[in-house]
Write a protein that binds this ligand. Structure first.
Ligand code: NAD
Length: 474
């Protein structure tokens, strides 16, 4: 299959190229697989202008019409799901099975969000007064997505923004722009011009969007550092912001777990999507009474897992998505080794084609080492020994992040007690990574601001508008 073709942006419902281009690299082979437009400032202004012009008519459409269009996006993706999955694996690196799963999740999300509706709350009604709060669209949304789940995290913005009545300018990561550009292309005959603009560019584009006076809200998923920069520039015109940021999720393994049963689940809790996952378990606290047995079983399982090119049959973990991230994971590992951190598995990165890092598991490293204190965003996991539940909770909460957390144990009441004390936006008990279009997901502390998904996620794309009606004739 030849993927090197002329990818175009979608601006005002039409194909748009540019005078400069960015290369897209397959991280499994390091080959350039496509070139995409590097947008100019004038073209971004055109995209914002078209979104502004489309906003009035789009907002005026009955809710059912907007919901219907969002459902049509789901149908369009379903028609082309396999092409999307193939492209996603080549640009992102994830195994084909994971890419297919990501596409089916997108279809599910769009279908479900298409059934949602912004609420109208009747606050009070008396003989002479009626007070109600509506939720009205904000205007033009700037959506900014990262490279780990390029399609899911774009769809999480597109679906609620459009159902709520906003229009969008969406920017995928320059590392993974192809699936989003393809989506824009397929939707040109589904959505009215200007309702969904999809634009690509290098480092200057993100700040152009977040500073743009014609954009009213920014919906962002990415790192905490970028989230802070966005918050600063959004203040220029007091943009609404939803920020889904980094995490350093703890998993607490209580002493009564069935080790054989939980090890595969906990392995994938940490290494799914090659650990390039905001919600990956990044610190695994295991009670000292089972630590050695757990460690042995965990490493034995890890050794059965196949790392390789995502297009090859049987691959379970792909490469790191891009060169800068590959270099950052390598630096983390070599610093850990030079500081005497002991690895039970991996720790070295052999010279090969592709950004491959073997699974690395550190044996009880110090709590203040970077492999524990920072999110690696790559296949490096510290197993950490703890002695009391109170100590595990205290260590789990001692982080600037508060995205997700999990607790594993047979005694559900005990597990619930621990869960109640963890500082995170989502806590799972004896399961992990269950997310859904109908319940809120968001970060505490420096993991984010606002939420995605559920009614609360939909309402992030609205302004409350209260109407107080005096019923007494004037
Ligand atoms: P990143 O912050 O580097 O980039 C994310 C997006 O922001 C990209 O599209 C990028 O081009 C753009 N961007 C970069 N600088 C910008 C700026 N100054 N202004 C505006 N936009 C800018 O993140 P990444 O490396 O692509 O993704 C990895 C990070 O994302 C990790 O920290 C991970 O935990 C986080 N993440 C969070 C969630 C969540 O839902 N909380 C989900 C996935 C990833």
């Amino acid at each position: 299959m030849n993927f090197f073709k002329d990818y175009t942006m979608t601006i005002a419902g039409r194909a748009a190229s540019a005078s400069e281009f960015l290369q897209v690299i397959n991280p499994a082979t390091e080959e350039v697989i496509a070139e995409v437009p590097d947008i100019s400032r004038e073209q971004l202004d055109q995209a914002v202008q078209s979104a502004r012009e489309a906003f009035g008519p789009w907002r005026a459409q009955p809710l059912e019409v907007r919901q219907g269009r969002v459902k049509q996006i789901a149908d369009k993706i379903a028609e082309h799901a396999e092409e999307f999955a193939q492209l996603l694996t080549r640009e992102q690196g994830k195994p084909l099975a994971d890419a297919r799963f990501e596409m089916s999740a997108c279809i599910h999300w769009l279908t479900e969000v298409a059934k949602q509706a912004p609420t109208v709350e009747l606050v009070s009604e008396t003989a002479d007064r009626r007070i109600e709060t509506h939720h009205v669209p904000i205007g033009v949304v700037g959506g900014i997505a990262p490279w780990n789940f390029p399609m899911t995290l774009s769809v999480w913005k597109i679906a609620p923004a459009l159902v709520a009545g906003n229009t969008l300018v969406l920017k995928p990561s320059p590392f993974t722009p192809l699936t989003s550009l393809k989506l824009g292309e397929l939707l040109r005959d589904v959505l009215p011009p200007g309702v969904l603009n999809i634009v690509t560019g290098g480092d200057r584009l993100g700040p152009w969007i977040t500073e743009h006076p014609g954009i009213d809200k920014v919906a962002f998923t990415g790192s905490t550092a970028t989230g802070k920069a966005i918050m600063r520039s959004a203040s220029l015109n007091l943009k609404r912001i939803t920020l889904e940021l980094g995490g350093n999720d703890p998993a607490i393994v209580l002493p009564d777990v069935d080790i054989e049963k939980v090890v595969p689940q906990l392995f994938w809790a940490a290494f799914r999507n090659n650990a390039q996952f905001c919600l990956a378990s990044k610190r695994m606290y295991v009670h000292e009474s089972i630590y050695e047995r757990f460690k042995e079983a965990f490493v034995a399982y890890a050794k059965t897992v196949k790392v390789g090119d995502g297009t090859l049959e049987g691959t379970q973990i792909g490469p790191i998505q891009n060169k800068p991230q590959f270099e950052s994971v390598k630096a983390l590992l070599s610093e850990a080794k030079s500081q005497g951190v002991s690895f039970i598995l991996g720790g070295d990165v052999p010279e090969t084609k592709g950004y491959f890092v073997p699974i690395a598991i550190a044996d009880n490293p110090p709590e203040d080492s970077r492999v524990v204190a920072e999110e690696a965003f790559g296949p490096v996991l510290p197993l950490l020994r703890y002695y009391s539940t109170e100590e595990a909770i205290q260590r789990a909460n001692a982080s600037i992040y508060g995205l997700g957390a999990s607790v594993w144990g047979k005694d559900l009441e005990k597990a619930q007690e621990v869960a109640d004390q963890l500082e995170a936006g989502t806590v799972w008990i004896n399961t992990i990574h269950e997310l859904g279009p109908n319940f809120a997901f968001g970060g505490h502390k420096q993991s984010g601001l606002g939420v995605e998904n559920g009614l609360a996620g939909l309402l992030e794309y609205t302004n409350p508008k209260t109407i107080v009606r005096n019923k007494i004739p004037l």
